[in-house]
Write a protein that binds this ligand. Structure first.
Ligand code: 2DT
Ligand code: MG
Length: 212
């Protein structure tokens, strides 16, 4: 009998799109319907590299733009053994942000190309499904003030979605855009159905490498 692996699902979004809530709801729904599932988030804020990233995001440290990009990428690579092990055990993984956030948030900076940004993440485990929770800036603003962290500003929240649009074009990746302006329940239902479809169709196919 063919062995099956877990499905790699990524949640991306900008502003107050609700990735974290949707991630938790999805994992709960999958587990209660008999699947094994776990959420990981990027940046993973508990490892050695993350101390630097936390302090950068909290605006306590300044770092050169290319350099911090590579730290975000390293923060993903250090989780790859865990990601592969879990998938091999048949655990479905829900990643709250991944390389796409990495590229989108760095490439809006001056003099850093989208192509340069992608290079350090080439070869990461390729997601089976990328759910982009879309929120218009006005809807995001209506959900309350942005936080105090770096990147939580209106201008950036306008530019970053355009980078995500770029990333959705042309590559052989399974993107689904989900309207994040609806209620948590409605968004969850769509996220759940799309994830279940992916789990059923990808269980037998080998894990591939991103952007390779
Ligand atoms: P939250 O933890 O609130 O989502 O904020 N970021 C994230 C990057 O600049 N590069 C990356 O590679 C990743 C994964 C986006 C995390 C912030 O960190 C930014 C928002
Ligand atoms: Mg935040």
């Amino acid at each position: 009998m063919a062995s099956y692996r877990g499905t790699l699902i990524v949640l991306e979004g900008v502003g107050r799109a609700g990735n974290t809530t949707q991630g938790h709801w999805l994992v709960t729904a999958l587990c209660s319907s008999g699947h094994r599932a776990k959420m990981l988030r990027f940046p993973e804020r508990s490892t050695e590299t993350s101390k630097l990233l936390n302090s950068y995001l909290e605006k306590k440290t300044e770092l050169e733009d290319h350099s911090v990009h590579l730290f975000f990428s390293a923060n993903r690579w250090e989780q790859v053994p865990l990601i592969k092990a879990k998938l091999n055990q048949g655990v479905n993984l829900v990643l709250n942000r991944y390389a796409f956030s990495g590229v989108a948030f760095t490439s809006v900076k001056e003099n850093i190309s989208l192509n340069w940004c992608k290079q350090s993440d080439v070869g990461l485990p390729k997601p089976d499904l990328i759910l982009f929770l879309q929120l218009q800036l006005l809807d995001a603003a209506a959900r309350g003030e942005f936080g105090l962290e770096r990147y939580e500003t209106g201008t950036l929240q306008e530019q970053v979605p355009l980078c995500f649009q770029q990333l959705m074009k042309g590559e052989n990746l399974n993107w689904k855009v989900v309207d994040g302006s609806r209620s948590i329940e409605d968004v969850h239902e769509e996220v759940r159905v799309l994830s279940k479809d992916a789990i059923h169709s990808d269980a037998q196919s080998p894990l591939e490498e991103l952007w390779k």
